[in-house]
Design a protein around this ligand. Structure first.
Ligand code: NAG
Ligand code: NAG
Ligand code: NAG
Ligand code: NAG
Ligand code: NAG
Ligand code: NAG
Ligand code: NAG
Ligand code: NAG
Ligand code: NAG
Length: 666
């Protein structure tokens, strides 16, 4: 018994027989808590556990409780009485039928109750008494067929009441309906067909509220019903637009939603007369998505002259008619998802005050033409993304006149050829997005050289020739440059003139550029650089030499081929610097001891430690770098000796404690 092995075997037996006795005594004290803890003592989820009561184990301090998909046929005074700190309670689909008096009497701070998907048969008059300031009550899909079923006691502080997908056929808001703090009222997907003045007269006490009626086929609104001023009214998918507008005469609403949905079977066309009722209503923003127009002509717009924003997304139009007049205050026009052949078909000249124009996701190739938007001297924001644009001479002529433009999105188009400057009048441009659009530059001078105010340039996946001389000439105010998914000659990020002028660059994205190496001084000139993404390349070396400022830089080297990092490449990372080294084939051998030691001392500088793992040696493959301990340069005998000494100490102390405890109890 004097070889190390037999000594080890002896200790092993001790460990096997004594330690479990101690452990089992500990284990019997912890009862498993069934609910998932989201935030310690504050937030718990007991979703879908088939529970029939609130677990005793939930602490009194619980504030947010998701108790959805359990079984609580009735709610009584005792049900939640322990949880005095509750703020928000989700009881979705708990088969609740009965809510007795004072069910929440002890939950003084409760502000949100969700009862979605419970077939409520009985709500006591004092069901909601208790909470001092109940703000949100969600009664979606609860089988309610009349509002009088809901007790109004103690709902004065309500700001949100959701009654969607029920069987309400009329509104009949009772005189004690809570209006003081009401902001949001949702009646979507009920069977409300008519609204009378009396039904909603109580709403005259509110102002600036949102009411959702979408999915009700409202055929008649008694004129005068909506007297107060609303923030938003949503009549989505209704078929009788003239009836609704007539009923709304003299009312005022910031946002009016008259669009429809894809799956609505009953198709109603908007002919020029349909929107005439808008003349007698004060509306700022009008949404008509997915509607079909019939005989779209200038008269259709006759009553829209006071609009600030018009949304005609997916309205199946190929041109806005000529002759639209009077739309002097419209600042935002949304024409996404339509079938324009030509940018001139937007009749942009009719909207001289536009600051925002979107023609995104056009279904066919959008011809840019020349000067189609030239009357839009105030335009600041132009989105032409996803519109199959192909231009052989981009884009001076097309953007002619847009001297106020600050944001230009040309991403996800087909191909743009630039022969000289891209946009001569773009001196105010701050953001240019050409990502995922093939960019072909045939000029020896910089295509962006006049864009002195540009701050963001996205050329991701644009197949731009990164060898183009002076590509970034003139961009002295650029802060963010995205060059991801572009190729560099021979796979090397050189120390050349490419980035030289970008003296204010802070964020540089070079992900997925097939880079194999960086020049030692590639980014030295960029003194303000603080975020560099070099992930998904083929870099074999991690080096900090290439950067000039290492006090607080973010370096993403994830998904590369780095195996070994010498310590001297890391020590210069000071202050608030962060590196991401995940998904590299890092070696966990003594040849990499520099990285491994530094890494453990600087875990606060590591992003994604979980995926920063060893690949070599095979015995450690997949182990997190932070858990690896290497003993380099110390003899194995010494280690065994130290380990044995420590082990024996532990075992002796443990067994003494353990036996003492057992005998004390006898
Ligand atoms: C949670 O509550 C327990 C018991 O009140 C308390 O001991 C513990 O410190 C609390 N933990 C946190 C993180 O608040
Ligand atoms: C009106 O309500 C909307 C949405 O709730 C809110 O954003 C806006 O600030 C409110 N306006 C006023 C004047 O209270
Ligand atoms: C709307 O206002 C007009 C003119 O002020 C008035 O004649 C009309 O009766 C009002 N309509 C309703 C429903 O109040
Ligand atoms: C606008 O209101 C007036 C007065 O209430 C009414 O005579 C007229 O028919 C209304 N116009 C439309 C288009 O509804
Ligand atoms: C769209 O504009 C082009 C160029 O101005 C014109 O030739 C074409 O007729 C217009 N198409 C429609 C549908 O108005
Ligand atoms: C440009 O448009 C695309 C697609 O519509 C969008 O994903 C991208 O975020 C937009 N760019 C900016 C800077 O908003
Ligand atoms: C281009 O980059 C900007 C800035 O990071 C970003 O907001 C935009 O969404 C990117 N565009 C696309 C199409 O991803
Ligand atoms: C990229 O530009 C360089 C320098 O202008 C030129 O020599 C090279 O042929 C270009 N590469 C391609 C693919 O056009
Ligand atoms: C580390 O970088 C990779 C690649 O960009 C990214 O997927 C991952 O989310 C990053 N880790 C964290 C924690 O942000």
């Amino acid at each position: 018994m004097n070889t190390p092995n037999s000594v080890m075997a002896g200790y092993f037996y001790l460990l096997v027989f004594i330690v479990p006795v101690c452990i089992s005594r500990e284990a019997s004290r912890t009862v498993d808590t069934v609910c998932a803890e989201i935030i310690v003592n504050k937030s718990y989820s007991c979703e879908g556990l088939g529970l029939t009561e609130i677990p005793e184990k939930l602490p009194v301090t619980t504030e947010l409780l998701d108790f959805s998909f359990n079984l609580l046929p009735s709610l009584r005074k005792s049900t939640f009485s322990k949880l005095k700190s509750l703020l928000s309670l989700d009881l979705t689909r708990c088969q609740i039928n009965w809510v007795y008096e004072g069910a929440f009497h002890n939950n003084n701070h409760l502000h949100t109750i969700v009862l979605t998907g419970n077939l409520l048969l009985f709500l006591s008059d004092t069901a909601f008494v208790g909470p001092q300031s109940l703000k949100q009550l969600v009664l979606t899909q609860t089988g309610i067929s009349r509002l009088s079923f809901i007790p109004m006691t103690n709902l004065d502080n309500l700001d949100t009441l959701i009654l969607g997908s029920n069987h309400l056929s009329s509104l009949q808001l009772p005189p004690n309906f809570p209006t003081q703090n009401l902001k949001y009222l949702d009646f979507q997907m009920n069977n409300i067909g008519t609204i009378t003045v009396e039904d909603v007269s109580i709403l005259q006490k509110t102002s600036n509220i949102t009411v959702i009626f979408k999915g009700n086929d409202i055929l008649y609104i008694e004129p005068g019903a909506f007297q107060s001023s609303f923030y938003s009214l949503d009549f989505g998918a209704c078929s009788n637009i003239p009836g609704i507008l007539a009923g709304m005469q003299n009312s005022s609403v910031h946002t009016l939603w008259l669009g429809t949905f894809d799956d609505v079977r009953k198709e109603t066309y908007i002919s020029p007369g349909v929107l005439r009722g808008l003349c007698n209503i004060t509306v700022k923003d009008l949404y008509l998505p997915l509607r079909h127009f019939k005989n779209l002509n200038a008269a259709t717009f006759h009553c829209m002259t006071k609009l600030r924003k018009l949304d005609l997304t997916h309205t199946h139009i190929s041109a806005l008619p000529p002759g639209i007049s009077g739309m002097k205050v419209l600042t935002e026009l949304i024409l996404n998802g339509n079938n324009f052949e030509h940018l001139c078909n937007t009749s942009a000249a009719a909207f001289p005050s536009l600051t925002h124009l979107q023609v995104r996701g056009n279904s066919q190739t959008l011809q840019l033409g020349s000067g189609c938007l030239q009357k839009l001297a105030k335009l600041q924001h132009l989105d032409l993304s996803h519109s199959h644009i192909e231009s052989s001479d981009c884009c001076n002529e097309a953007l002619n006149g847009l001297s106020s433009l600050r944001y230009l999105n040309l991403s996800y188009n087909t191909k743009l050829h630039v022969h000289d400057v891209l946009f001569k009048e773009g001196t105010n441009l701050e953001l240019l997005d050409i990502a995922f659009t093939q960019l072909h530059i045939s000029t020896s001078q910089g295509p962006f050289r006049n864009l002195h105010l540009l701050q963001v340039l996205n050329l991701s996946s644009s197949q731009v020739n990164t060898s183009t001389q002076h590509l970034f000439q003139g961009l002295e105010n650029l802060i963010l440059l995205d060059l991801s998914q572009n190729i560099f000659e021979s796979g090397i990020m050189p120390k050349n003139k490419l980035l030289q002028q970008l003296s204010n660059l802070e964020v540089l994205i070079l992900a997925s550029c097939e880079l194999t190496a960086l020049d030692d001084q590639a980014f030295h000139i960029l003194k303000k650089l603080r975020h560099v993404d070099l992930s998904h390349n083929k870099l074999i070396a991690f080096s900090t030499d290439a950067f000039s400022n290492l006090k607080s830089i973010y370096l993403n080297f994830a998904h590369n081929r780095v195996q070994i990092i010498p310590r001297d490449k890391l020590v210069s990372l000071t202050g608030y610097s962060i590196i991401n080294l995940s998904y590299n084939p890092l070696e966990c051998t003594c040849s990499n001891i520099g990285l491994i030691t530094w890494y453990k001392q600087n875990l606060d500088k590591i992003e994604d430690a979980e995926e920063t793992t060893c690949s070599e040696p095979k015995s450690l493959a997949g182990a997190q770098l932070s858990t690896v301990t290497l003993h380099c340069g110390i003899s194995t005998t010494a280690i065994i000796a130290v380990v044995l000494i420590i082990l024996s100490c532990i075992v002796i102390i443990w067994s003494v404690r353990c036996f003492r405890q057992r005998y004390q109890r006898i």
